[in-house]
Design a binder for this molecule. Structure first.
Ligand SMILES: Nc1ncnc2c1ncn2[C@@H]1O[C@H](COP(=O)(O)OP(=O)(O)O)[C@@H](O)[C@H]1O
Ligand SMILES: [Mg+2]
Length: 285
């Protein structure tokens, strides 16, 4: 297997006020996968994301890029942030221009790209998030969900290989969550590596290929979503309950309603299975 795209190796981070942000945290991102960084409030998710694009620097331990220890020179940081885009949890922390298109063009202009290329990238990024018609709108007039999408467009305009999103679903209503999930699916299909933080295990199981579980500044377990979501001891250590789909599936198997077998990844998938069994006459009720 090729060297991991990004890797935190035994990283600790102490904030200036003495608080521990990370404590000997090790985790790895491989190319083209969809990762959920799962953990309760204060587990260290935001601190991990900020290390992965060089906004924060380890107090101890190493960030590796393509297997090499990361070089924190100005040139190194620019290259890293071009390749690894971070979408903050709070859009107001990320947006600072008056107009949508100004904000989205800021990064590409800073890269020194030709004006024509910048215009092309801004249009493509706004298209990707469904806001092409909002290019000339004032940022402060947008809804929370629209601001979030402008932030994502700003990062996409850099054409990153890796997209980091800090609690992207927080504060979005259900239709907007569905829309954002579809956008993430399209990006993943294009080969973008995605890591998003969440405290929602149901979402992590439904969406991610792999889950990194955080607790008290450490990554306490990593692995395929379906495997990890079934490890109740790990989940308990991270303050998580078992996913609804797994709990419900286990209950229906115990009742004899469903045969033994692999659990579905979402309650919707479980409902589909039940409906199919009912239609084929296996379940009668
Ligand atoms: N700017 C900061 N200054 C001091 N402590 C911080 C700061 N940001 C986060 N922390 C602390 O670091 C730990 C991890 O926080 P964070 O990475 O924000 O967790 P999460 O994103 O999982 O909620 C927490 O104990 C938090 O209080
Ligand atoms: Mg956070």
């Amino acid at each position: 297997m090729s060297a991991p795209l990004l890797e935190l190796q035994a990283v600790s981070h102490v904030y200036p006020d003495g608080s521990a942000g990370l404590d000997d945290c090790t985790l790895t991102l491989h190319r083209g996968r969809r990762y959920a960084l799962l953990g309760a409030n204060g587990a260290g998710k935001t601190t991990v994301l900020q290390h992965l694009n060089g906004l924060l620097r380890p107090t101890a331990g190493t960030l590796r890029q393509d297997g090499q220890p990361f070089d924190y020179s100005r040139k190194g940081l620019t290259a890293l942030r071009t390749r690894v885009g971070l979408v903050f949890q709070n859009p107001d922390r990320q947006l600072f221009s008056a107009l949508v298109e100004e904000d989205v063009s800021f990064g590409p202009l800073n890269l020194g790209l030709h004006e024509y290329e910048v215009r092309h990238r801004v249009a493509a990024a706004l298209d990707a998030v469904g806001l092409r018609s909002h290019a000339r709108r004032a940022v402060h007039q947008l809804s929370f969900g629209q601001k979030k999408r402008v932030c994502i467009a700003g990062v996409l305009a850099m054409e990153p290989d890796v997209l980091l999103l800090d609690e992207p679903m927080a504060g979005l209503d259900a239709p907007m969550q569905t829309e954002l999930t579809a956008l993430l699916d399209r990006l993943a299909a294009r080969g973008v590596t995605i890591l998003l933080s969440t405290h929602d295990i149901d979402f992590a199981l439904r969406w991610a290929d792999d889950i990194h579980v955080m607790a008290a500044g450490r990554c306490i377990a990593s692995g395929p979503a379906q495997q990890l979501a079934a490890q109740t001891d790990v989940l308990q250590a991270a303050g998580q309950r078992p996913p609804a789909a797994l709990a419900l599936h286990a209950e229906l198997v115990a009742l004899g309603v469903l045969p033994q077998g692999p659990a579905p990844r979402s309650v919707d998938a479980l409902l589909d299975t039940l409906r199919a069994l009912k239609q084929s006459g296996v379940i009668t009720a």
